[in-house]
Design a protein around this ligand. Structure first.
Ligand SMILES: [Zn+2]
Length: 381
C-alpha cells in the first residue's frame, strides 16, 4: 500500500535561502505556463497539453537562464499542477459547480515542490537535494525498510519546513480479528455517536481560539499593506490557525485509532459533498468529517479492517426497532416510535440503522438470518 510520511525539516541558512529561490522560480514558471496556455488558446483555439509544455521546458530554460538552477523534475511537477488545476476547472464546469479559472500565483503563494525518483539522497536523518542543499530531518518515526520512495515534497508553511515522502510497497500491519462491528453516525450535536451508545463530544477547538483569531484578524485589517507589523500579525494569525488544525487532526487520529483497534467492520454514512461550506455554521465546518473519514479509511486499510459506506437516506428517520419511518426534524433529539414504543437517542437510533445496513450490504444473508427479517424497506442504491 501507499503511505506518506511527513517530517519536520531544519535546513541551514544557505539551504533555506536556496529553497526559497527555487520556490519563487517555480511560481514564475507556473505563471509563465499559465500565460502560455491562455495565449495559445486565444490565438489558435487549441489547448496545450501537459506533455506539450513539459517538452518545451528546455526552451524556457534557454530563454530564462535563472531557471537552470531548478531541478527539471520540480518544473515537471509545476506543469503537472497547472494541468490538474485545469482539469479541476473543467470538471467543475461539467458538474455545474462554480468554477474559478486557474489563477496566477502571487508572491509567496507557491509553497511546495515535488521531486521524483532522483536528485536526492536520504542519509540517516539528512536529506540531501542536488542543487539545493541539506535538510536535517526530525525522524519522529522510521520509514519501513521495505518502502520504495516514490516522491519527495518540500513544503514551506508559516516559516517552517516539512518534507513528505510518498512511499509505495508498504506492508500493512494487519490486526487480529476481534469479531465486532460498529455503526457510526455523525451529527451536529456531538462529533459522533456509535451503535454501542458511545458519544464522542465535539472538542470545538475553533470556538476556544475564536476570540484570539478574531482579535488578530481585526488587527490585521487595520494595519498598513506591506508593513512589517502587518507581516508579523499575519504570521501570528497563520500560526493560530495552524494550531487549531493540528489539534483537530490529533483528535481525529485518536478517535479513528480507537475504532480501527476495536472493530473489524466499521459502517458509516456516505458523506455528501457540500457544494459550499458557506451555508454551514462554523461548528459544523470545524468538525471536518471528510478529513476524519479519510483518516479512518486509511487506518482501516492498513489494519486490514473493513469500512462500509451506507446511503444516508432515512438512517435517522427509520426506527431501529421495527423498521417503520418515524419522521422528525433536526431539533427533535429523541427518537420515539409509536409502533414499537422504542424510545432512544436520535443519533444512537441512526447509528444502529447504519450498522444494520452496513452489515447487510456486507453479507446479504444477514437480514434473513435473524429476527431483523421485518426490515424490508432497506434502501440500497
Ligand atoms: Zn419502532
Amino acid at each position: 500500500m501507499i503511505k506518506t510520511y511527513k517530517f519536520r525539516a531544519y535546513p541551514n541558512k544557505a539551504t533555506e535561502a536556496q529553497t526559497s529561490i527555487i520556490l519563487e522560480l517555480c511560481r514564475q514558471m507556473y505563471n509563465l505556463a499559465l500565460e502560455q496556455r491562455i495565449m495559445v488558446y486565444k490565438q489558435s483555439k487549441k489547448s496545450l497539453t501537459c506533455y506539450d509544455q513539459i517538452n518545451q521546458l528546455p526552451e524556457f530554460k534557454k530563454e530564462f537562464p535563472q531557471f537552470k538552477q531548478v531541478p527539471s523534475q520540480a518544473f515537471e511537477n509545476v506543469i503537472d499542477r497547472l494541468d490538474k488545476a485545469y482539469q479541476g476547472f473543467f470538471r467543475r464546469i461539467k458538474t455545474g459547480e462554480t468554477a474559478g479559472f486557474p489563477r496566477f500565483k502571487g508572491y509567496q503563494r507557491y509553497d511546495s515542490f515535488t521531486l521524483r525518483q532522483c536528485g536526492y539522497k536520504l542519509e540517516k536523518s539528512n536529506l540531501i537535494i542536488k542543487k539545493i542543499g541539506t535538510f536535517k530531518l526530525k525522524l519522529h518515526r522510521s520509514i519501513p525498510s521495505e518502502a520504495k520512495i516514490k516522491t519527495v515534497t518540500i513544503i514551506r508553511k508559516n516559516n517552517k519546513w516539512f518534507i513528505c515522502f510518498c512511499c509505495d510497497c508498504i506492508i500493512p500491519k494487519v490486526l487480529t480479528k476481534v469479531n465486532r462491528s460498529i455503526g457510526i453516525d455523525v451529527g451536529c450535536e456531538s462529533f459522533l455517536t456509535d451503535s454501542n451508545g458511545l458519544k464522542v463530544e465535539n472538542p470545538r477547538f475553533l470556538n476556544k481560539s475564536t476570540e484570539r483569531i478574531t482579535q488578530l484578524s481585526q488587527k490585521l485589517s487595520k494595519q498598513k499593506m506591506g508593513s512589517n507589523r502587518r507581516k508579523k500579525t499575519r504570521l501570528l494569525l497563520a500560526k493560530k490557525h495552524e494550531k487549531v488544525s493540528n489539534q483537530r487532526l490529533d483528535f481525529q487520529h485518536k478517535v479513528a485509532k480507537h475504532y480501527v483497534k476495536h472493530y473489524d467492520l466499521i459502517c458509516h454514512e456516505k458523506m455528501q459533498a457540500f457544494k459550499s461550506f458557506r451555508g454551514l455554521n462554523r461548528s459544523m465546518r470545524d468538525m471536518a468529517w471528510f478529513q476524519f473519514f479519510d483518516i479512518l479509511s486509511y487506518k482501516a486499510e492498513e489494519a486490514g479492517r473493513k469500512i462500509v459506506k451506507v446511503p444516508a437516506k432515512n438512517t435517522s428517520q427509520q426506527c431501529s426497532g421495527c423498521g417503520e419511518i418515524v419522521l422528525k426534524d433536526l431539533s427533535v433529539r429523541i427518537h420515539s416510535c409509536p409502533h414499537c414504543k422504542l424510545t432512544l437517542d436520535r443519533d444512537l437510533n441512526a447509528a444502529l440503522n447504519i450498522l444494520r445496513l452496513g452489515t447487510s450490504l456486507q453479507d446479504p444473508t444477514y437480514l434473513n438470518s435473524s429476527s431483523l427479517v421485518k426490515f424490508n424497506i432497506l434502501v440500497v442504491e
